[in-house]
Design a protein. Structure first.
Length: 124
């Protein structure tokens, strides 16, 4: 993957709240969000965000998602300590999914694994 994600686009430099209006949320008001380790580029987890969780993430620079099972916002690591400090937030070319670049403290997965993607189906 070509690294076109640089410091000039980081949240420390610029936050574009108007970009939220361009996003295509599903019928429940949610959009998928992939969390990726900003340093290793490892994909950590897939979660969902709504407009409120996106705004909270941008304001606090800590990943906040929407729990579909609990039907509430949850800031990653608030109870576990496994916080995701947000370095950048991107939306894709169709505006229907997000990429959250994070500095992960501890593990990302509730199973105790660093990444939620540890169940191998195929490897060449």
């Amino acid at each position: 993957m070509k690294n076109n994600i640089d410091k000039e686009n980081s949240l420390e430099k610029k936050i574009d709240f108007d970009a939220i209006k361009k996003l295509k949320f599903d019928e429940r008001g949610l959009i998928p969000a992939i969390a990726q380790d900003v340093n290793t580029k490892e994909v950590l987890m897939l979660a969902y965000m709504n407009e409120e969780s996106i705004r909270k993430t941008l304001e606090e620079k800590k990943a906040c998602y929407f729990s579909r099972s609990r039907q509430e916002l949850w800031t990653k690591g608030l109870t576990s300590g496994n916080i995701q400090e947000v370095e950048a937030l991107y939306y894709d070319c169709d505006a229907d999914s997000l990429l959250v670049l994070v500095k992960q403290t501890g593990v990302a997965c509730h199973t105790g694994n660093y990444s939620c993607f540890f169940n191998l189906i195929m490897e060449k």
